[in-house]
Design a protein around this ligand. Structure first.
Ligand code: AMP
Length: 511
């Protein structure tokens, strides 16, 4: 079966795909960015034009380019051009900081760094790392787009054959500690991934996608995101500021049918909607939520508050994507993260010795499949990330429920060991969230010389609440006494990672 798919992959390269999209959907609107509306035909010409220019300044197939841009049309043109040329973009999130970026540059030595001119701190980094073209091209794509809008002839460029097994792009692993690892995704596997996700949530030429989280992230780029929408002839509406006020006004104005959010932005949107519900959200069909744990308490309210179907997505940039289908029952959509997108995805739930647990039991989710990587890019020590059978170890605790649906329960490493008792933060978070005084919460294990780990609950709240009151509430809700928080900290705001997940490492550092 895998051979069959790989045979099909012979056709899967972005140069052919992008040409196919732009020719098939020609006069349809591909992109909306503020006042700019760009058709598929125009987008194709922009890509051609940029391709020609980039070739002239010496970029060619196989070169690597670091890209750190916010959500705007230039980002889209830039990524499509690189994918079509066979140049390999390294997708750095707009909020990623110098220390993380430096590690990447030292590993990969990209030929060029493309960034938004407001990111002044990058200039020093580029100089220090001797990246060619860095200065020359900082505003290149913006200029190219403006020029392209005015002229209509096709760019002249040469075409180098690309193989479906060639690396198409390098994504960054989503950890909150240390230097991100580089994830090589090939033309064949990434296009297959985009196709499968698009099929699961039925993206078509009537779909209008609102890009809220950075499109440099795998979720908004390809699941189905920017690429899935363009592949099916839909329209991508770019949201530059992930604030509820802009999100809701764009949904109403552009008749958005679906969007992808991380739980923190989802919660902001729901809180805002409860105060101000004047925007018309009747076009909204699906709200895809993923990237971090979504408490069931919140999940249950999404359909009603946002007037669309909640679709939970468990995604990894390394490959495996599990997600709900719009045809799933409400109970499945609110309680689990769906099934793998490909019938060829192999998943296992294993114990700490790597042995499969019994059906329905909790363990670590490991996976192997047609679009999941078998190793990280240029990483000398791959140990601990893959097992001897080539399965990727996700580091996520999970179980399989309701006929093959995955339920994610948190990170393996996050498990708290309090005096020998094992506690999953997600279970405590789930119940804290029921308290009406609480807006959001995060539970972490903090080192303790006597207990091993102490349970610390961080909360943002509507009305102040003390530790005793919280423990009493959790006890009344049926939480075992050994799972009750030892410390309760009220914070004004949570620290977030570059894509908007609560940064638990930073929270622990606060203590
Ligand atoms: P990234 O590489 O940034 O896509 O992060 C992947 C990781 O995010 C996974 O290994 C999980 O730890 C977490 N994650 C993604 N989706 C979910 C979800 N729906 N629920 C819980 N955690 C998730």
């Amino acid at each position: 079966m895998i051979e069959l798919i790989q045979e099909k992959w012979n056709e899967y390269v972005f140069s052919k795909e992008i040409l196919n999209w732009t020719e098939t959907f020609e006069s349809k609107t591909a992109l909306v960015d503020g006042n700019r509306r760009i058709t598929y035909e125009e987008l194709g010409k922009m890509v051609d034009y940029c391709w020609e220019k980039l070739e002239k300044i010496g970029l060619s197939k196989g070169d690597k380019v670091a890209v750190q841009m916010e959500n705007h049309a230039e980002f889209v043109v830039c990524i499509l051009t690189f994918l079509a040329m066979g140049v390999i973009p390294i997708l750095i999130l707009p909020a990623q900081k110098t220390r993380e970026i430096e590690g990447i540059l030292k590993t990969v030595h990209p030929k060029m760094y493309i960034y938004d001119t407001k990111n002044k701190h990058i200039e020093k980094l580029i100089e220090e790392n001797h990246i060619c073209f860095g200065k020359l091209d900082k505003a290149f794509f913006s200029q190219a787009i403006d020029v392209r809008m005015r002229i209509s002839k096709k760019g002249q460029h040469s075409i180098h054959p690309i193989n479906p097994d060639d690396v198409a792009l390098l994504l960054l692993s989503g950890g909150t500690t240390g230097i991100p690892k580089l994830i090589p995704r090939t033309h064949g596997d990434y296009i297959y991934n985009v196709q499968k996700v698009s099929q699961r949530c039925k993206v078509n030429d009537q779909s209008i996608f609102l890009a809220v989280i950075p499109m440099a992230h795998n979720f908004a780029l390809a699941n189905p995101g920017l690429l899935g929408t363009l592949m099916n002839g839909g329209t991508v509406v770019i949201c530059q500021d992930a604030a509820p006020i802009e999100i809701f006004s764009l949904i109403e104005k552009e008749k958005v049918t679906y969007m992808a959010l991380v739980p923190s932005i989802l919660k902001m949107c729901m809180a805002y909607r409860n105060i101000d519900d004047c925007d018309d959200l009747s076009s909204l069909e699906m709200i895809l939520v993923g990237g971090a744990m979504l408490q069931e308490e919140t999940a249950r309210k999404v359909d009603a508050v946002l007037n669309g179907k909640l679709i939970q997505v468990f995604g990894t940039a390394e490959g495996l994507i599990c997600m709900n289908s719009p045809d799933d029952t409400y109970e499945i959509r609110v309680s689990c993260q769906g099934r793998p997108i490909s019938e060829l995805d192999q998943i296992k739930i294993v114990d700490e010795n790597g042995n499969e647990v019994l059906k329905g039991e909790i363990g670590e989710l490991i996976t192997k499949g047609p679009y999941t990587i078998r190793d990280y890019y240029l990483l000398s020590d791959q140990q601990g990330y893959f097992n001897e059978d080539g399965f990727y170890l996700t580091g996520d605790k999970a179980r399989v429920v309701h006929g093959g649906n995955i339920q994610i329960l948190g990170r393996v490493r996050e498990q708290i060991n309090r005096a020998g008792e094992k506690i999953m933060p997600s279970e405590v978070e789930e119940i804290i969230q029921i308290n009406p005084n609480i807006i959001d919460c995060a539970v972490v294990g903090v080192e303790d010389s006597i207990l091993g780990n102490r349970i610390c609950a961080y909360v943002t709240c509507r009305k102040e609440i003390g530790l005793d009151e919280m423990r009493e509430f959790l006890t009344d809700e049926g939480l075992a006494s050994f799972k009750l928080p030892d410390t309760l900290k009220i914070v004004e705001q949570f620290p977030y990672t570059a894509v908007g997940k609560i940064d638990k490492k930073k929270l622990c550092d606060l203590l």
